[in-house]
Write a protein that binds this ligand. Sequence first.
Ligand code: COA
Length: 283
Amino acid sequence: MIILTCPFKLQLLEGVLRRSLPQALPVYGTVMHINRGNPAQHEVVVDSWPEFKAVLTRPCKEVVKDKWDFYANLHATFYRDVDACQAMLENAEVIDWSKAFQLQGIQDGMYEVAKGIAEARHVHLKPYLYQTCLHPGPPASCQSRLKSDFHFSVLNPSHAPILNNAWDFGGNTRSLRYLEHLIRYFPNSCLMNKGGQLVSWSLSDPFACMAHGYTFSQYRGQGCIQAVIQSISKKLHASGFPVYCGVLPENQSSKQALKHQGFRILLEIYYMLIVTPVINLKE
Ligand SMILES: CC(C)(COP(=O)(O)OP(=O)(O)OC[C@H]1O[C@@H](n2cnc3c(N)ncnc32)[C@H](O)[C@@H]1OP(=O)(O)O)[C@@H](O)C(=O)NCCC(=O)NCCS
């Protein structure tokens, strides 16, 4: 296993991954962020170079100190050979399975492999299966039916507690810290009302994936998230990022909003796997 640190090789890898979209999306987005200042302090591991068969991105050592923090301990993988993916995920030098972590990817094999390893190691793996939505770009400027008393803005870290309360996966100090980090370092967009109160927002994450779309219930069905999606899509596209996200199959309003904004819902499943170690009462 090789940790790629050479900026020239990382640029080369970005170009190679670009030719493997959409399957490489989360790894590609992470490598793009690494090559543009690396705000999440991630690093890239490949099985071999330059002819790699599997690639994984993860936080640099010492970035995530809390063993239970799967919000920050973000990994993504892409493979050309599922056996190489298996070898990489099994390797204790590559992933520390005694810590909580997330693994994201858009290939069925990575899920099967991770499930098998989790069973063998007796750790808990919870899969979340999303539909992959990709904008063919550039995002169009559609006519908006937004109320004129709403205005666009960007979030600042003081908004994180509001987002944390609204987030289904949130509501704890680790999720709060994660949201503050996203707001501080990655593109986002939001709508506010006349009084400067939040109405609707969308963030993006270290995979350059749009996430955390939300509209307060009293403002739903008025085109708010569509306006926010359009705004953040333009920012991501203008910086050269792919414009994509995952959506739960049953989330009809999100899918409708994304389709209206020109996104295509792909056949590929976006896997988000949350791995947590078994609690050892002796620790
Ligand atoms: C999903 C969510 C962000 C949508 O926000 P919103 O501001 O109400 O969305 P918009 O009004 O911009 O667009 C929603 C579209 O879906 C439509 N819609 C609403 N419910 C629907 C349903 N059950 N089936 C199909 N379409 C539906 C709306 O009519 C609208 O389409 P239209 O423009 O043709 O009228 C909001 O419901 C929310 O915050 N949900 C909880 C969090 C969540 O699910 N986030 C998304 C994570 S991917």
